[in-house]
Design a protein around this ligand. Structure first.
Ligand SMILES: [Fe+2]
Length: 247
């Protein structure tokens, strides 16, 4: 069968137009698997600027037993880093990327949550399986006044053959954030295929770089081959980031 959907070459830099708002990255040094030193942070921020990212909401992991961060640790680290990077970017602040587990539920009950902005909370799941009480967690979170933004839904392989789950998540009030690297085969062909399908079907709400290191940056700077419908959807998401998260 002939394929009439011709792919175009795009660069994120061209789509970001110099004032993109990134809502997912690991730039605070030494507290998760992202930047290790302030030099790493500086270099990542310089690269963000080259890409046209001018507003940064960085999101260190909070995963008990792995990256046992808390609001104080993140705020203190943000305080250390801010003076260094605020000279360059238009805005810089820290939130978190929360693993949805029982410790997270406790933080929600205590309202000890670092939001991306307003009531938006960046959450993730294990790549092995979703939490048993996933929909209870999402429900409790919203009852407490928060809006969940699920990071990289396309990376959860257990949903690839169960596509209805994405609609179920959206119906349960969960917004979806595409990792921009999933627009390539960086995380594998299955992730790429799922990401593009979700994108074409208009399932995503926001985008994020999820940048941890210079390798991620190198891939973010590469060209992406996308269909016109995918590019159009991507532009909408980039605009959403700006509308909802710009300071
Ligand atoms: Fe992340």
């Amino acid at each position: 069968m002939l394929n009439f959907t011709r792919k175009k070459t795009v660069y994120l830099k061209d789509l970001f137009e110099g004032d993109h708002v990134d809502i997912h990255s690991h730039l605070l040094p030494g507290i998760d698997d992202g930047a290790k030193t302030i030099e790493d942070t500086n270099s990542l921020v310089d690269n963000f600027l080259e890409l046209g990212i001018r507003h940064i909401i960085t999101s260190p992991h909070i995963i008990q037993g792995v990256w046992p961060n808390n609001s104080d640790i993140i705020r203190n680290k943000e305080g250390e880093v801010r003076p260094v990077v605020i000279e360059k970017v238009s805005s810089f602040r820290a939130a978190a990327e929360y693993l949805m587990d029982e410790s997270f539920r406790k933080l929600v009950r205590e309202k000890d949550i670092l939001c991306l902005k307003d009531h938006y909370v960046l959450v993730e799941m294990s790549y092995i399986n979703p939490p048993l009480s996933l929909f209870d967690i999402l429900f409790d979170l919203q009852v407490a006044g928060y809006t969940p933004v699920l990071a990289h839904p396309e990376r959860y392989l257990f949903y690839h053959d169960n596509f209805d789950m994405y609609a179920k998540l959206k119906k349960a009030g969960c917004l979806l954030q595409l990792n921009l690297l999933s627009l390539s085969t960086y995380y594998g062909k299955g992730v790429n295929k799922t990401a593009l399908r979700l994108l074409r079907e208009g399932m995503f709400d926001f985008v994020g770089t999820d940048a941890h290191n210079s390798r991620h940056i190198a891939y973010l700077k590469q060209k992406f081959k996308l269909e016109s419908t995918e590019i159009a959807q991507l532009k909408t998401l980039i605009k959403n980031n700006k509308t909802v998260f710009a300071p």
